[in-house]
Write a protein that binds this ligand. Structure first.
Ligand SMILES: [Zn+2]
Length: 463
């Protein structure tokens, strides 16, 4: 039968390809080396203890905060203690936003519930309402397009933009990308139409009482109005109340404000290449976090996994051919100043970055990598997939990279981001629930091993 013949042919071809692969790659001991990296991570890695220290002894660390400064010092000392060749701080000015008092979002005149408070968090970079707060009518729209259609009807009101993440998208980051536009630009667009404040639905699929913060971006020349996120359960409730009652009023009070920029740092640890030191491989995460929770998944885990790449090379006596640079980027969450500064300095110095890897999608079980680069670069990485399959890494097909490494794009490196399972990330993302206990030790170690193994192959083979 044709089908059977095709299957046999396909199978023979598969064995031939596997054999050639084994001959060219496994033959060089890569399979054994990667096994030794995984064995090391899964049996004697300090990565979880290092994350514990960052989360519990330092805590959340928004740019400009004393905890962010402490995290800079901690990761510098950590890399020094492991014997990196050089560890240094790269100065960068960062925004300094402060949340102020606990937010108040209170519906004051509901027929059904009387006065009712909603679980809320001010959005990062938002201005406050002032100490007296605002008491205004509220109007609901589904998204920014619907808001623009309403036009001046929102004038003088609080606008509630109730954008849901699309639950049918399997890749949660895609769903996040669709919904996060509201959080980022809702305030500017509503302010532009004369609204006085904005309430957005938290960007998560889960229906619960936990509000999610995150950055908003004020567009130039548009009025800056206060913005908060409410939990998804409260978003549902608010929507129901607005449906029942068109004279609904909300009292909103936030005292957040943007202070002057503060001097902070990217933390850089380097291991010099033995044969091609001018070629640099970057691996990193962002050291800052939101000012709620502990920044465990976002992105303490990514930082500690990245430190592990350098530490594991040193512990296993792997001498990199190329220069390995571990970078703790500052200010990804509300400005990306660290990522931009790193790329700016690299360009000024004429550095040759051949690849940059980031981990900033949570510390869940790693399933592959997203990539941005030439087809030849991506195919080369994909040809190593057989080495990763037995560790559960199968997905090397998606395009994408990380925020902090993205400013390096015009300097030509292959950009990659570790791709963990995405299903649970948005339960914790930017919330008080993003704490150490939300990270599984073994999954974190698997991530560190995956990152170290990939950096090892790129170092050996070039890209
Ligand atoms: Zn992040």
């Amino acid at each position: 039968m044709a089908f059977r013949k095709y299957t046999i042919m396909k199978r023979s071809l598969y064995f031939l390809v596997s054999f050639l692969f084994a001959y060219t790659t496994f033959g060089q001991g890569y399979e054994e080396k990667i096994k030794s990296i995984y064995d090391h991570q899964l049996s004697e890695s300090p990565v979880y203890e290092n994350l514990r220290y960052l989360c519990k002894e330092i805590g959340n660390r928004l740019s400009g905060s004393p905890q962010a400064a402490a995290a800079v010092e901690y990761t510098k000392q950590l890399m020094e203690s492991y014997g990196f060749d050089t560890v240094y701080l790269q100065p960068v000015m960062v925004p300094h936003w402060v949340r102020g008092d606990k937010e108040v979002v209170r519906v004051t005149n509901t027929k059904k519930y009387g006065t009712i408070s909603l679980n809320s968090l001010a959005l990062g970079n938002s201005v406050g309402t002032g100490p007296k707060g605002l008491l205004l009518n509220v109007i609901e729209v589904e998204n920014i397009a619907a808001l623009k259609k309403l036009g001046k009807k929102v004038e003088g009101k609080i606008v509630f933009i109730n954008t849901k993440m699309d639950p049918t998208l399997i890749n949660n980051f895609e769903a996040y990308g669709g919904a996060v536009i509201t959080r980022a630009y809702g305030a500017s667009e509503a302010g532009n139409l004369g609204a006085k404040a904005v309430i957005v639905r938290s960007v998560t699929n889960r229906l619960d009482d936990t509000p999610h913060t995150g950055s908003l971006v004020y567009k130039p020349l548009m009025p800056q109005i206060p913005a908060v996120a409410v939990s998804t359960k409260d978003a549902e409730k608010l929507s129901e109340m607005i449906r029942d009652q068109d004279d609904l009023k909300i009292y909103l009070r936030t005292t957040s404000q943007m202070l002057s920029d503060v001097l902070s740092y990217n933390v850089i640890g380097e291991i010099k290449g033995s044969t091609n030191p001018e070629e640099i491989i970057v691996v990193g995460g962002h050291l800052d976090s939101w000012d709620v929770g502990e920044g465990a998944h976002d992105d303490g885990g990514g930082c500690m996994m990245s430190v592990e790449v350098g530490r594991t090379f040193l512990a296993l006596g792997i001498k990199p051919k190329r220069t390995l640079r571990v970078v703790m980027f500052m200010n990804e969450e509300n400005g990306l100043r660290g990522g931009k500064k790193y790329a700016e300095i690299a360009k000024k110095k004429g550095e040759i970055t051949i690849a940059a890897l980031e981990s900033d999608s949570g510390s869940f079980f790693p399933e592959g990598y997203t990539m941005m680069g030439t087809e030849a670069q991506r195919n080369k990485i994909k040809s190593w997939k057989p080495l990763f399959l037995k560790y559960g890494m199968y997905d090397f097909d998606q395009l994408g990279s990380g925020a902090d490494i993205s400013p390096l794009e015009d300097q030509g490196p292959l950009l990659m981001e570790l791709l963990p399972n995405t299903q649970k990330y948005f339960i914790y993302h930017h919330t008080a629930a993003d704490i150490l206990e939300a990270v599984d030790k073994r999954e974190l170690e698997m991530g560190a091993a995956a990152l170290t193994s990939m950096v090892y192959l790129i170092d050996q083979e070039g890209i």
